[in-house]
Ligand binder design. Structure first.
Ligand SMILES: Cc1cc2nc3c(=O)[nH]c(=O)nc-3n(C[C@H](O)[C@H](O)[C@H](O)COP(=O)(O)OP(=O)(O)OC[C@H]3O[C@@H](n4cnc5c(N)ncnc54)[C@H](O)[C@@H]3O)c2cc1C
Length: 567
């Protein structure tokens, strides 16, 4: 078959499908390219939907990034909305299509088929899930339904089920509309990709904005009256009043077509693909939320239902389908970010808990630093947790939370991970600096310095959730800080007095140094190590992250203390 004469059929016309079709045209001017899209819209901004519902994006039109007419005019691509692909006949190389406008079905031959059908929202099969004010948010049609309900009904109270990225975006946007919001989450934390103590920072922000959190509590039923939801019932027995319920409990890859056609599908439901996005049938490609991508750090395929991979994979599939060659898909990291009121939370690569689940040797450091020079007005503190291999220093992942500068740091670290950098590489990375933008030693450097110290044997680290019982805990903060809050049995010696009061400590004991966030305790650890204390470790993230770890339920016996044990 000449590459000029081929027919490329694309199933799904949004992130992955639209990217694939446009790229195919740019690579092959002669091909016939047809996009079938089940809904009435192509290339709309899924990621913008919550912000339109909250009113932050004022015009609906702004969500419609492209139109079938534009695709026809600019790319000579035949886009057919309200056309659903029902089945694939691999032997005859054709798909069966239902035209929802006419109700007719027809067969469409293909030489190359690109599947980009996305994922579907999981709807728990509980009583009341079909009430008229229970919604999911995936499509423009879903958005229009929710918008109509918000605009024309009196909505005082909403319940969001699911504390993932979309759930939190909707919490924020409904609060923006002055709706009283409760969040129900089955897991003990929001934002499952984050480690629990980092997620707890986000939970604190939610509570500060009067969001009622029902964590570790599953949805069991929705009470409805006259077809309208009134309460959400949870496993703990709570009955939460609701004028609107949004289900954001996750997505399931739309892999039915692929499965029924006999293509390989992983147990996760994601279609199996090679680096050119070809399925087990080389004439059929699959991209986006419907597939599993190779993970750059976990080293195995995983579903990553995010827009970036879908767009990049679509581009590769489109090129390969048009030309039979393309660069391979780069493994993904699951880099993701969300704004939650006044803070931002972001993640890339592996969390420490996920690394442990994968039996990947991993440790982590957590630092708190200003997002730009402290002396420049407006400096804000942000937290970075850097996850790395303890022996090689290879960076495995990172999480960041704070009011400013989170996006930049996570993107720097994501880039480093993709290049297989170590924490030493990161410590040496040459970043732009002037006071309004950063610091000569950027927070990324600070995290990497601490990790490099650990690698070089200059510092031992204990995690915020470590069992500290039986250890000599040396708290080096000011008397005021210590009086306000400290760990049980902590010995208080302010950092500047430490060298003069070493005789009050026992050098042979396992010792942990503690301060607010880990900087002064690092200096203290270095002093102790150089004065013959054999087994000293620094509590990474300090009291700040210890308290978050305790509140997140990570510490078996919390070490709170109200009484001062100052020496
Ligand atoms: C509310 C919301 C917010 C999001 N925010 C972000 C974000 O901030 N950042 C981020 O990275 N990701 C975000 N995402 C995820 C991101 O939008 C998806 O990962 C991405 O759109 C997946 O692309 P896709 O092409 O696989 O599927 P989609 O973009 O969902 O497109 C699939 C299309 O295929 C059509 N289709 C399905 N089956 C058929 C069929 N049989 N025949 C014809 N057509 C069919 C569907 O109607 C659908 O329009 C968000 C998603 C949502 C819903």
């Amino acid at each position: 078959m000449s590459s000029k004469s081929r027919t490329i059929v694309v199933v799904g016309g949004v992130a992955g499908g639209a990217s694939a079709a446009a790229r195919a045209r740019r690579c092959n001017e002669q091909a016939e390219i047809i996009v079938f899209e089940r809904s009435g819209f192509i290339s709309f901004a899924n990621c913008g939907l919550p912000y339109y519902l909250g009113g932050e994006i004022a015009e609906r039109q702004k969500l419609l990034v492209s139109t079938p007419e534009h695709f026809r005019r600019r790319f000579r691509i035949d886009v057919r909305t309200h056309h659903e692909v029902l089945a694939i006949d691999r032997t005859a190389r054709r798909v069966r299509v239902l035209d929802h406008n006419s109700g007719n079905t027809f067969e469409q031959p293909y030489d190359r088929l690109i599947l980009a059908p996305g994922a579907e929202a999981v709807v728990p099969n509980v009583a009341g899930h079909d009430a008229e004010n229970v919604f999911v948010l995936r499509s423009m049609e879903d958005t229009d339904r929710i918008k109509a309900w918000l605009d024309h009904q009196t909505i005082r109270r909403a319940v969001i089920v699911g504390g993932g990225f979309i759930g939190l975006e909707m919490v924020e946007q409904l609060k923006r509309r002055a709706v009283d919001v409760a969040l129900v989450e089955l897991l003990p934390q929001v934002l499952a990709p984050l480690d629990a103590e980092m997620a707890h920072v986000v939970e604190t922000e939610l509570r500060q904005h009067d969001v009622r959190l029902h964590l570790n509590d599953g949805l069991v039923a929705i009470d409805a009256h006259n077809g309208r939801a009134t309460h959400v019932r949870t496993a703990s027995g709570a009955a939460i009043p609701a004028d609107l319920v949004l289900l954001g409990v996750g997505v399931r890859p739309n892999s039915r077509l692929a499965r029924e056609a006999g293509l390989e599908v992983a147990p996760s439901g994601g279609v199996r693909v090679n680096p050119y996005m070809q399925t087990s049938d080389p004439a059929i490609y699959a991209v986006g939320d419907a597939v599993e991508y190779q993970h750059a750090v976990a080293g195995r395929p995983v579903p990553v239902p995010l827009a970036g991979p879908a767009n990049r994979a679509g581009r590769i599939a489109g090129q390969h389908a048009a030309m039979d060659e393309a660069p391979p898909m780069t493994p993904v990291l699951g880099t993701a970010i969300v704004r939650v009121f006044d803070i931002t939370a972001a993640t890339t690569g592996l969390s420490l808990k996920f690394a442990r689940q994968c039996n990947q040797p991993a440790t982590a450091v957590t630092i708190e630093a200003k997002h730009h020079a402290g002396y420049f007005p407006g400096a804000k503190l942000l937290l970075i947790k850097l996850v790395y291999e303890p022996l090689t220093g290879r960076v495995l992942g990172a999480q960041a939370v704070g009011p400013e500068g989170v996006d930049k740091r996570i993107d720097i670290i994501a880039t480093a991970i993709q290049m297989r950098a170590t924490v030493r590489d990161l410590a040496g990375i040459d970043l732009a600096y002037a006071p309004p933008y950063g610091s000569a030693k950027d927070p990324v450097h600070m995290a990497a310095f601490v990790a490099s110290n650990q690698l070089d044997g200059l510092l031992n680290i204990v995690q915020p959730d470590a069992d500290l019982s039986g250890r000599q805990i040396v708290d080096v903060r000011t008397p005021q800080e210590f009086a306000a809050d400290h760990l049980d049995d902590a010995i208080h010696i302010p950092l500047d007095e430490l060298r003069d009061r070493l005789h009050q400590l026992e050098p042979q004991r396992d010792t942990v140094t503690v301060c607010r966030s880990g900087l002064r305790s690092y200096i203290a650890a270095r002093i102790l190590m150089q004065h013959g204390f054999a087994r000293v470790a620094d509590l990474t993230g300090g009291m700040l992250m210890r308290r978050h770890a305790e509140a997140a339920g990570l510490v078996a016996s919390p070490t709170s203390s109200a009484s001062s044990t100052e020496n």
